[in-house]
Ligand binder design. Sequence first.
Ligand SMILES: N[C@@H](CCC(=O)N[C@@H](CS)C(=O)NCC(=O)O)C(=O)O
Length: 211
Amino acid sequence: MPDLVTLYHSPNTRSTGVLALFEELGVPFDLHPLNMKAGEQRGPAYLAINPMGKVPALMHRGQLITEQVAIYIYLADLYPQAGLAPALDSPLRGPYLRFLAFYGSCFEPAAMDRAAKREPTSQMASPYGSFDDTVATITNRLREGPYILGEQFSAADVLWGLALMWMTSFKLVPETAEVTDYVKRITSRPSFARARERDTALAAEHEAAAA
Ligand SMILES: N[C@@H](CCC(=O)N[C@@H](CS)C(=O)NCC(=O)O)C(=O)O
């Protein structure tokens, strides 16, 4: 078993998915909460660790790992016995990496531009083409389901399940049957229930401490 990974986490943020991922992996980790209500993520102590002041972040063997996509890949590979990442020589390794990278380099930027009502550049110049293309790409993939890799549940589903839950609740992504069924399938897993429980308790603590 590798030595403990530290997770820098704030409740009800992108790092909630990493909490659920740890639950899926079933491994111990060191949880380092940051109270965003008190601005701890922008304080000197955390900026000295992660100059971006963002969560999620991992510290492991003296190295900082940031960016959700890198974190999901790193953890699923670090604990291969959980079976959340296809092996390097599996035919599913390509689509697994594709849909993780697609999330970070296409889908999230497209959704953030849409949320901020920013006019996208031309389809040819944009790294994601168009918002509608990104939604169609993931929706078509989910139609094949039940998971991103077909029958095989993976770390990519933890990332996409939570992201699509938020994106549909913010009305950024249309609540089509493919998307809502998928969100329900992923976020009803016990790992998500346990992550939500931890977040609820942490959020209450942070609220009280910042008051
Ligand atoms: N590119 C980062 C984005 C992380 C991010 O934006 N995290 C937000 C929480 S959801 C954050 O830490 N915001 C606090 C701040 O910027 O002060 C990733 O993929 O992990």
